[in-house]
Design a protein around this ligand. Structure first.
Ligand code: SAM
Length: 382
């Protein structure tokens, strides 16, 4: 069957590689998504093992509709009792770019009517709409007059790993954090430091990667578990595989922050994930007074960028950051993720790589500053 893994803009290429490694066939990169072929087991597997997937959709019907009535008729042709019980609940998420269906709420309403009318006629009772925890999540895609109905097999988005109960002001999305770490090419051996770790998302995702801990081991529920065709034996088999795949690791992973409150959140989040044990240490430190503790290391962080967290003078902040990197972190690789493209120019070090990414709607960059002594690049100014 055809499956579609959605993700954040900029992560499509690494998602395609991840899916291929999981066994997905005929992968095809799309906008903020990768389409692929797979069976039910592959659908479960991507949900349970992928670090970079937001959700996994499976199309159930494509058709054309030029009027709301046609939309109603076509949606009604689907045998919805295959997917949903009369006493069940469902939601419809519209993704609509159409000059015909200009009001997504109206198209959604027509779709809902078609589904509930079919049930009412056949069973005398109907499933209800439920926004937050429905049994079935339906996606309605309309591009002009081309319509598609898809089922969302993930349920709540997959960045909700289940470990993050507390956050600071501007937490990084878990999928984006995993994507950033993947893009750095970290070898899982070099000491890994997030010097502005906030609620700890980057170090926690790094520890999961280092120990090969699949996201499903954080014990969350998946949409497909509520489906009528849920196959518990496949789910249990994959869950056991995930448990068996966990490896020990002695790699050093550290998170620092200046704010004791967010550090308490980071420590709490780590505690929520017992499998990680004490793979990470979180400590208070002002980056501007910090020194390297290991000969070599990788720094991966998203400093404040004056949107959700106010920094007194964001340009000075980034300039100081560059100075500390240059003078105190020789032989390190620094990777900074920021949504403040102007402030990044003040770092004053020559970047080796700049990767465009999106943090929600915010255009951002992941920038690599190698801080090696003796290379031409080290210390170069923009
Ligand atoms: C954008 S947040 C990081 C969010 C984090 N990645 C997360 O997922 O929660 C930036 C963090 O930098 C910290 N920070 C600001 N100035 C700092 C400094 N001089 N030294 C260390 N941390 C600092 C803030 O306290 C804040 O937690």
């Amino acid at each position: 069957m055809k499956l579609i893994a959605r993700t954040f803009a900029g992560l499509e290429n690494i998602l395609e590689t991840e899916l291929q490694e999981l066994g997905a066939k005929d992968t095809l990169i799309q906008k903020r998504a990768v389409a692929f072929e797979g069976d039910k087991e592959m659908m479960y597997k991507v949900n349970m093992f992928s670090r970079l997937t937001l959700d996994v959709l499976t199309p159930i019907k494509s058709f054309t509709a030029k009027t709301p009535e046609e939309l109603y008729t076509e949606v009604r042709k689907v045998n919805w009792s295959k997917y949903l019980n009369p006493q069940g609940t469902f939601s419809i998420a519209p993704i609509i770019y159409s000059s015909i269906f200009t009001h997504s709420q109206f198209a959604m309403l027509k779709t809902k009517d078609a589904i509930v009318d079919q049930f009412r006629e056949a069973f005398g009772s109907r499933p209800d709409i439920e926004k937050y925890t429905p049994d079935l999540r339906i996606v309605l895609k309309i591009s002009e007059h081309k319509c598609e109905l898809l089922l969302n097999s993930s349920g709540a988005p997959l960045f909700k790993r289940g470990y993050r109960s507390r956050t600071g002001e501007a937490p990084l999305n878990e999928i984006l954090a995993a994507g950033i770490i993947t893009l750095t090419g970290w070898n899982k051996k070099t000491p890994f430091i997030d010097p502005m770790c906030g609620s700890g998302t980057i170090p926690i995702e790094a520890a999961m990667i280092a120990r090969n801990i699949a996201p499903c081991l954080t014990e969350r529920e998946y949409g497909f578990e509520k489906w009528n065709d849920f196959d518990e034996s496949i789910f249990n088999k994959l869950y056991d595989e995930a448990k068996d795949a966990v490896v020990e690791s002695r790699v050093i992973i550290k998170g620092y922050d200046i704010d004791m409150e967010v550090l308490a959140a980071a420590r709490g989040n780590l505690k929520n994930f017992p499998l990680l044990g004490n793979s990470i240490t979180f400590e208070k430190e002002d980056f501007f007074n910090s020194q390297k503790t290991f000969e070599k290391g990788i720094l991966v962080f998203n400093p404040p960028y004056d949107k959700r967290i106010n920094v007194y003078n964001v340009n000075d902040f980034y300039a100081k950051l560059g100075t500390v990197l240059k003078h105190s972190f020789e032989n390190y690789d620094a990777w900074i993720f920021s949504g403040n493209l102007d402030a990044l120019k003040n770092v004053g070090l020559k970047p080796k790589v700049k990767i465009p990414l999106f943090n929600g709607p915010e255009e951002s960059r992941l920038v690599h500053y190698p801080l090696y002594l003796g290379t031409k690049r080290y210390g170069d100014v923009n």
